[in-house]
Design a protein around this ligand. Structure first.
Ligand SMILES: Cc1cc2nc3c(=O)[nH]c(=O)nc-3n(C[C@H](O)[C@H](O)[C@H](O)COP(=O)(O)O)c2cc1C
Length: 272
């Protein structure tokens, strides 16, 4: 039997899912005409790396139905290298900006978002991508660039700690981490923003699954990660911006799919 404290937390969690306005009729910051928060986070460094966009050179699976049928969580990676074009494609398909609406009012991206608030920033822990130094990167969707934030030392130990002992993920070429800046959505939706944010992040991660599957890579959403360690890695304050989901990406193979099934059976015994 859950304790009273846990029961209370469960009920509070359900209220967030219900989209309950509690009969509150208080203007939001947008309605009060308060300044809109920036659409994206400013550059964190003064050195940016351009990402290629010649996506037609990627051998994408031509059958969208195959891609959906083959989609699965991949936790076994071949450790072959990935290139910058593949990484660029994954960043574009998950957070790429297609246009800007109004006078810098909203970005329209490759994923939907409640009220087009697009509350997320993307950080990467790169292990093995051609032409990139291993370490932490931040994605700049306005210019489709990345910027290097620093090295991760010692690499495997730090990633393993950030991913709460999911050691298999240290074999990924790159791990995506998404942070949320809640005020981007709260400015418009106030206390109703948080349910929307959770729906929105699902779209982003699903696009990563589909994009990976379409070019022979694999990923696995990770709800289990150490938020404080991750926030420190990406220089986030944990209040106005904090990590919300992670997803390692690597090359996958048919032979490994068998191992994947073993892995899944193993995870089931661990109640994951
Ligand atoms: C929000 C979310 C969090 C998840 N967290 C983890 C995780 O921390 N570790 C893990 O191994 N799998 C994680 N998964 C993957 C699920 O276990 C997986 O999607 C599920 O078992 C179904 O398998 P499939 O994706 O291959 O269809 C997560 C999936 C989602 C959507």
């Amino acid at each position: 039997m859950p304790s009273d404290q846990v029961k209370k937390l469960i009920l509070e969690g359900r209220e967030i899912l219900k989209y309950n306005d509690f009969g509150i009729d208080e203007p939001t910051d947008q309605q009060l005409k308060l300044k809109q928060p920036p659409l994206v986070k400013p550059n964190m460094t003064d050195q940016q790396i351009d990402l290629p966009m010649n996506f037609e050179e990627l051998k994408t699976n031509p059958s969208i139905l195959d891609v959906f049928n083959q989609r699965q969580s991949h936790r076994v990676y071949t450790e072959e290298s990935m290139n910058l074009l593949q990484l660029s494609y994954l960043l574009w398909t998950t957070q790429g900006i297609k246009s800007i609406r109004g006078n810098n009012y909203a970005t329209l991206r490759t994923v939907p978002s409640g009220g087009a608030r697009h509350e997320f920033e993307t950080y990467l822990i790169v292990k093995d991508i051609e032409k990139l130094e291993p370490g932490v990167y931040h994605y700049l969707p306005m210019t489709h660039q990345i910027e290097f934030l620093g090295r991760v030392e010692p690499f495997d130990e730090t990633v393993n700690e950030a991913l709460v002992g999911q050691i298999w993920a240290t074999k990924a070429n790159v791990t995506f981490f998404w942070s949320v800046i809640p005020y981007r959505s709260e400015w418009r939706y106030s206390f109703l923003a948080h349910r929307i944010i959770l729906v929105d992040i699902g779209h982003v991660c699903q696009n990563l699954y589909i994009a990976c599957e379409s070019i022979g890579l694999g990923t696995c959403a990770l709800g289990a990660f150490d938020r404080e360690i991750s926030d420190r890695l990406f220089q986030l304050d944990g209040v106005e911006e904090f990590t919300i989901l992670a997803s390692p990406v690597g090359n996958v193979s048919k032979e490994n799919d068998a191992k994947e099934k073993d892995f899944y059976a193993f995870l089931k015994t661990q109640n994951t």
